[in-house]
Write a protein that binds this ligand. Structure first.
Ligand code: PA5
Length: 447
C-alpha cells in the first residue's frame, strides 16, 4: 500500500497545544457529517466530495480528446480564470519538466490565457501562435466571465483566420455548464466538442472534473493516477471520525486555533518552484472560500529558498501575525550531486558529494527552526514524492479541509459574493448594456 500525505503539528506546539487541536478537530466531525449529509451551508455545491468516483466514467472521453488534440496540434491554449484555470496549471507545473517550453522532442506545449486582460500578454501570445499549430480549450462554468470571454473571442478569430472555420471547430473544445451561458450557445452553434461542469461543483473545487483533467491529460500526465490519489485521500478523510487520524480535521482545526491566537495570515511555503502554482491554487481555494463576512485567514505564499532572500526578513522579524503551512516533498524525481573541486575556490567542498536535495532539506529544517524561534508557528505537510498520485491527494486534502475550515469559521465556503463588486464597476465604466444607472453614478465618482 502507498503511503499517504501526512500532517505534523510539532512546530505549532508552542502556540496551540496538541490537545486543543485534537479537541477542536474532534468537535469538527460534525462539520464532516454536515458535508456528507448535505445539511450545511452551500449544500448545493457538494459534488466535488464524490468526484474521485463520479469522474471515472468520463476518463475515457477525456483521454480520447487529449490524444486527438495531441496528435493534430503541437500546442494547446487553455482559456480560463480562477477555478477554471488554477488547478490545471498547478498540476501541470508541478509535474512537468521545469523547462518544458525549451524541450524539443515530442513535447506538447500548454499555454494559459484568459486569466488577465493584459494587451501585451495577448499580443505576444498571438505572435507565438502565428507559428504554432494549436488547439483551444475554453473553460468557463458561467460561460460569461469577461476575461476568458475576451481571450476566446480573440483566439477563435485568430485560429479561424489561420486554418479556416471548419478545421478550427475541430480544434476548439468548450468546458462549461450543461445548458446555460454564452459559451454553451457558441459551442452548439459552431459544433465544438463539449464537456460539462456539473452544477453542484463550484469553480475552485473543479480540478477533478474535465476543467482540470482535460488540460492535464493533454500535457501528457496520467489523470487516472491523480484520481486514484484523490480517492485514497477521500478514504482517509471523508468518513474518518477519529480526529487524530484525519489530517483534514487536524489541519482545519490547527489553522483556526492559530487564527484565534492572532495569526491572521497563513503562508504556504514550498521548497521547490514546482509547487508555485499549487500555492496559487490553494490561495484561491482558501481566499474565496473563507474571506467573507469580515472573517477568514489571508492566504499568502512563498517559494523557498528564493524568498528567504526577500520576504524571509519579514517572516522572521516583521509583525507577528503569520503562520506557515510548509509543504515538503520527501524525494525528488531526479538525482544530482555537488561536484568536488580540487582547489575549493568557492569553499563548497564541505558539501561536495551531497545531493542537492540534502542541502535543500537542511535549508528547510533550518528555516523551520528559525521561523519557529521567531514566533511563527508551522504546520508541516509532507508527501513522499511529487507525482500524479500525490497531487491528487493534495487536491482532495486541501479541498475537504477548506470546507471543514469554512464551517468552523461559520461562513459559506462555496460562494464568492465579493467577486461581483469589481465586475459591476468595470461593466458600468465600459457602458455595458443594463448598467446605465451604475455608469452615471460611477462616472460622477471619477470627476
Ligand atoms: O471558484 C470560482 O467559482 C471562481 O473562481 C470561478 O472559477 C471564476 O470566477 C471563473 O468563473 P467561470 O468558470 O464561470 O468563468
Amino acid at each position: 500500500m502507498k503511503e499517504n500525505l501526512t500532517i505534523n503539528l510539532k512546530n505549532t506546539s508552542g502556540f496551540v497545544s496538541h490537545e486543543e487541536v485534537v479537541a477542536l478537530a474532534q468537535q469538527s466531525v460534525r462539520h464532516l457529517d454536515a458535508l456528507n449529509a448535505g445539511t450545511g451551508t452551500g449544500n448545493d455545491f457538494l459534488g466535488w466530495l464524490s468526484l474521485p468516483d463520479d469522474i471515472l466514467q468520463q476518463l475515457d472521453k477525456i483521454e480520447k480528446t487529449a490524444r486527438h488534440l495531441r496528435s493534430v496540434t503541437d500546442t494547446t491554449v487553455v482559456i480560463g480564470i480562477g477555478g477554471s484555470y488554477l488547478g490545471a496549471r498547478a498540476v501541470i507545473e508541478a509535474l512537468s519538466h521545469s523547462f518544458s517550453p525549451l524541450l524539443k522532442s515530442t513535447h506538447h506545449d500548454i499555454i494559459f490565457a484568459g486569466q488577465n486582460i493584459c494587451e501585451d500578454y495577448m499580443a505576444d501570445l498571438l505572435e507565438i501562435l502565428d507559428g504554432r499549430n494549436y488547439s483551444i480549450i475554453a473553460i468557463s462554468k458561467s460561460g460569461t466571465t469577461t476575461e476568458p470571454a475576451i481571450a476566446f473571442r480573440i483566439l477563435k478569430d485568430h485560429l479561424e483566420k489561420k486554418i479556416g472555420k471548419p478545421l478550427a471547430a475541430d480544434r476548439i473544445i468548450a468546458i462549461t455548464d450543461e445548458k446555460r451561458g454564452a459559451l454553451r450557445s457558441m459551442a452548439e452553434t459552431n459544433g465544438y466538442e463539449t464537456f460539462v461542469i456539473p452544477d453542484n461543483v463550484g469553480g475552485r473545487y473543479s480540478v477533478l472534473t474535465p476543467v482540470g483533467l482535460l488540460p492535464i491529460a493533454i500535457s501528457g500526465l496520467d489523470i487516472r493516477a491523480i484520481v486514484k490519489g484523490a480517492k485514497a485521500m477521500e478514504e482517509l478523510t471523508r468518513r474518518n471520525k477519529n480526529a487524530s487520524a484525519n489530517p483534514s480535521l487536524l489541519y482545519a482545526a490547527a489553522r483556526n486555533l492559530l487564527l484565534q491566537g492572532g495569526k491572521q495570515i497563513e503562508i504556504m511555503v514550498g521548497f521547490t518552484p514546482k509547487l508555485h502554482f499549487m500555492a496559487e491554487w490553494w490561495k484561491q481555494l482558501y481566499g474565496e472560500s473563507e474571506g467573507k463576512d469580515g472573517k477568514g485567514i489571508f492566504p499568502a505564499s512563498v517559494d523557498m529558498t528564493t524568498d528567504l532572500h526577500s520576504l524571509g526578513q519579514y517572516i522572521q522579524d516583521g509583525q507577528r501575525i503569520l503562520f506557515e503551512t510548509m509543504v515538503s516533498v520527501k524525494s525528488p524525481a531526479k538525482k544530482l550531486t555537488i561536484p568536488l573541486e580540487k582547489d575549493d575556490s568557492d569553499q563548497l567542498n564541505y558539501i561536495a558529494g551531497k545531493r542537492l536535495s540534502e542541502v535543500n532539506h537542511n535549508a528547510e529544517l533550518g528555516t523551520a527552526m528559525a521561523h519557529n524561534d521567531g514566533s511563527v508557528p508551522i504546520i508541516n505537510i509532507t508527501i513522499p514524492q511529487l507525482d500524479e498520485f500525490y497531487t491528487g491527494q493534495m487536491i482532495y486534502f486541501f479541498e475537504i479541509a477548506c470546507a471543514i475550515s469554512g464551517y468552523i469559521l461559520d461562513v459559506n465556503p462555496f460562494d464568492q459574493p465579493g467577486v461581483e463588486a469589481y465586475k459591476k464597476n468595470m461593466f458600468a465604466l465600459l457602458n455595458k448594456p443594463g448598467f446605465e444607472e451604475a455608469a452615471k453614478k460611477i462616472k460622477e465618482r471619477l470627476k
